[in-house]
Design a protein around this ligand. Structure first.
Ligand code: Q46
Ligand code: ZN
Length: 321
């Protein structure tokens, strides 16, 4: 199999595009697609200050790497869930990437705040770990954006993640989520930062290939609490369809995008949404879930973030209140 661009031995076959490419041309091809997605959907514009939500996995480290290569200087934010070796290894990979990019990374350690890991926090409030984790991450990442003047929060969701979620929403007609799968969710009133997904049109397989061919050192293990069997099942179904009809996932998501107005606001949600009396975070009611959680554990201190500037292994711990 020869590279369609240069004729050398190809490193990857892309059946959805009916082509094959060598490592260098594939890296160029993928970065160009991310760049086109950013421009087409106005994900990051001149003067924006993006920050990437990193987990140590291939998608988030790759999108961080790509943005900086494309000329969108971006820092990183990581929430250390306190899950033993998994969290330690993730942080090591993230620190390594921060050093490579010479960019800052903020880390919030769940154990510093709650004196326990995410599984114990979740158990205490009778939730599953992913539910407590999602809530804390959303809050913390938004807080860093607002407090530190980053106006765009970038995540590493890829085509397979989005197609699986869309399939699940369609199968069960979850109208409340159906039209929210946009590559860009607009900011709101200075309380909620804009959220964007530059890898929206890049498949899981392409991202794994990009990470390997670009020499990105990422954590291979999944979070031990990642038991979303449904999502894995949907990804399996879509992969089978992709196998017999290459390009199916891309068509599914592109068809969806055509039918929605990107970044459209849900008026009903806007009406019902209020702001937390304590911290100002958008919520339903007078107090947000994070403030309730801190209250539940009798925590009154602010959040300390480790701040690593990418140039040395020393970190300072400025207060973000
Ligand atoms: S990190 Fe958090 Fe995921 Fe782990 S606890 Fe669940 S939600 S699985 S993306
Ligand atoms: Zn609050």
């Amino acid at each position: 199999m020869k590279c369609r661009v240069c004729g050398q031995e190809a490193s990857i076959g892309l059946r959805a595009y009916n082509t094959a490419l060598c490592a260098d041309d594939f890296i160029f091809f993928l970065e160009k697609r991310v760049s086109a997605t950013i421009r087409k959907y106005h994900l990051i514009e001149t003067g924006d200050t993006p920050i990437v939500a990193v987990s140590g996995g291939k998608d988030s480290l790759s999108v961080w790497h790509i943005l900086n290569r494309l000329g969108y200087p971006a820092d990183g934010i990581y929430v250390d869930l306190g899950i033993g070796d998994y969290s330690r290894t993730s942080l090591a990979k993230i620190t390594q990437m921060a050093e490579k990019l010479q960019r800052k990374v903020y880390t919030l350690h769940v154990r510093d705040i709650f004196e326990r890991g995410i599984d114990e926090v979740a158990r205490a409030i009778r939730r599953v770990p992913c539910s407590a984790c999602g809530m804390i991450k959303r809050y913390v990442m938004n807080k860093v954006c607002i407090d530190r003047d980053y106006n765009v929060l970038v995540t590493g969701h890829n085509l397979d993640d989005e197609a699986a979620a869309l399939l699940g929403n369609l199968l069960y007609w979850k109208d409340e989520y159906l039209w929210k799968k946009s590559p860009s969710l607009e900011s709101r009133d200075g309380h909620l930062s804009k959220k964007v997904k530059p890898l929206f049109l890049c498949s899981e397989r392409e991202m794994a290939a990009y990470a390997v061919l670009s020499g990105i050192d990422y954590i291979y293990e999944e979070c031990p609490f990642s038991v979303d069997a449904k999502s894995l099942e949907y990804k399996g179904i879509l992969n089978n369809l992709e196998e017999s009809s290459p390009g199916t996932k891309l068509q599914f998501i592109k068809g969806y995008l055509k039918r929605m107005k990107v970044g459209k606001k849900n008026d009903e949600e806007e009406r019902d949404m209020a702001y937390c009396d304590t911290c100002g975070y958008p919520c339903y009611g007078d107090k947000c879930n994070m403030c309730r959680l801190l209250e539940r554990f009798h925590i009154e201190k602010g959040m300390d973030f480790d701040e690593y500037d990418g140039s040395s292994l020393d970190s300072t711990r400025p207060m973000v209140t």
